[in-house]
Ligand binder design. Structure first.
Ligand SMILES: C[S@@+](CC[C@H](N)C(=O)[O-])C[C@H]1O[C@@H](n2cnc3c(N)ncnc32)[C@H](O)[C@@H]1O
Length: 448
């Protein structure tokens, strides 16, 4: 197997069978033994999905007649070929390697077709690109409904948001302050020649200049005892010095403002990024971490065990407290609800095509139910932090505004900050601003 054949398989699954990109990467990438081939396959999948609408518009101009459904793999291969020609400075033999995939797919009848389409594009690329780009949804490679919604909620920023959605996200780390300080970790990175800078607005974030395999970061994974030869490696031997987490997501722990010795509920916790940050950042007496998807509980447990942290972990539906709650109120609740993910499209470009408007309606109903059901579990004087990685008003301030209109014991604690945009309720960071993911935060306090 080679990178282009594997990318063809993955893209066929995502585009035509609606599977998620991250699931398909986990399934198919291990078929490639060589790390560079894996990196190329991943790069091709992300790139094609970022620019899918534009690539499909070009392909439509280039094919004399549409391909049959059973040949969606050939279509995926053509999209890869076009992506390479437009967006990657890959030498001409890459086209030959692309054409050769028709043999791996056992569809040699398509060899001439793939070759012809790609050569034809090379001859007419300027004319074809100018033609398809007259449609703004093609030029920005976003579905029309998504652009319309961005325009409605962000009338002056929508185009910048769409452009940020097509950009490459940085690799941002969160330093485990129980092990070492951000400055100390920056020094370790400098010593091994990894260029990085502090992430703005958060006290434990570090953004790498160039993304890399996290397994090769100092102190990420435990060092085998045979390799422990000097003091510095010895300190790192347990691993767990850093985790991958965008700067926007790192704001949650800071904003929750937990006092020592208190009880905290993390109602939607898996895979545990924010749970772990809370435990690294505060001396919490009891942290109950819930998630209702049983297959995500091991992810949460692995996050905690890699970082040597402890929480009470339960698989339960947070919106049905009678099935799991012991009757003791919480001082703080983190409600990081399931959402459209419209703020993290640059990390998950398949969201553009897999999400549909009806999904957003279903998500807003789930979100409303979650906040309504966990609110009674908060102590008077306690705080609830509502979080989404969405940029849509319906999932964000409109959702919280509606909740506030229905209860008498909730007040907004206004988040005064120098990041993001103040909304009628809460604050929003738009994707790409200060190189951060798009996140929404609202903090509510319970009156006595
Ligand atoms: C945005 S993710 C949480 C990310 C997590 N807080 C982190 O920082 O790693 C939302 C999570 O909520 C979970 N979820 C959805 N509905 C839920 C419910 N009714 N009760 C508990 N968890 C739920 C999903 O399984 C998903 O893992």
């Amino acid at each position: 197997m080679d990178a282009r054949s594997v990318a063809t398989q993955i893209l066929t699954q995502v585009i035509w069978h609606k599977h998620s990109l991250s699931d398909c990467l986990d399934t198919y990438l291990p078929d490639l033994n060589d790390a560079r081939e894996r990196a190329l396959a991943q790069n091709l999948c992300y790139g094609v999905l970022r620019w899918l609408r534009r690539l499909q518009a070009l392909l439509q101009c280039l094919l004399k007649q549409p391909l049959k459904d059973k040949d969606s793999d050939i279509q995926a291969l053509l999209l890869i070929g076009l992506y390479q020609l437009i967006y990657l400075r890959i030498p001409p033999y890459a086209t030959a390697a692309t054409v050769n995939v028709t043999r791996t797919l056992k569809k040699t009848w398509a060899t001439g077709l793939v070759n012809g389409v790609l050569r034809n594009f090379q001859r007419k690329s300027d004319i074809l690109l100018a033609k398809v780009d007259t449609d703004i949804s093609v030029k920005l490679a976003h579905p029309i409904w998504l652009l319309k919604r961005l325009k409605k909620d962000w009338p002056t920023q929508w185009e910048a948001v769409a452009q940020a959605n097509n950009s490459h996200p940085p690799l941002t780390l969160r330093v485990n302050n129980r092990c070492l300080s951000r400055d100390a970790y920056l020094e370790h990175l400098r010593e091994v020649g990894i260029a990085a800078t502090p992430t703005p607005y958060v006290d434990s974030g570090i953004t790498l200049d160039v993304p890399m395999d996290v397994q090769n970061l100092p102190g990420f994974t435990p060092v085998k005892s045979a390799e422990v030869s000097d003091l510095k490696i010895n300190q790192a031997s347990q691993g767990g010095w850093v985790s991958v987490q965008d700067g926007s997501a790192q704001l949650a722990a800071q904003l929750l403002d937990v006092q020592a010795g208190t009880r905290v509920l993390d109602a939607c916790a898996a895979p545990g990024g924010k749970t772990a940050h809370l435990l690294e950042h505060y001396e919490i007496d009891t942290l109950l971490a819930l998630d209702n998807k049983s297959d995500r509980i091991p992810l949460l447990e692995n996050t905690l065990s890699r970082l040597h942290l402890k929480a009470q972990v339960h698989c339960a539906d947070a919106s049905q407290p009678d099935t799991w709650w012991d009757g003791q109120l919480f001082d703080r609740i983190l409600l990081d609800v399931p959402c459209s993910g419209s703020g993290i499209i640059r990390r998950h470009p398949d969201i553009k095509y897999l999400r549909k408007p009806k999904d957003i309606v279903a998500l807003t109903i789930q979100q409303a139910r979650l906040i309504e059901k966990v609110w009674p579990l908060l102590k008077p004087g306690g705080k609830l932090l509502y979080v989404t990685c969405s940029v849509f008003a319906e999932e964000n301030y409109l959702q919280i505004q509606k909740f506030l209109s229905q209860v008498t014991d909730a007040l907004e604690t206004v988040l005064l900050a120098d990041w993001g945009h103040a909304l009628p309720i809460g604050r929003q960071i738009l994707p790409g601003e200060n190189n951060l993911d798009g996140f929404y935060y609202a903090c509510l306090s319970k009156t006595n």
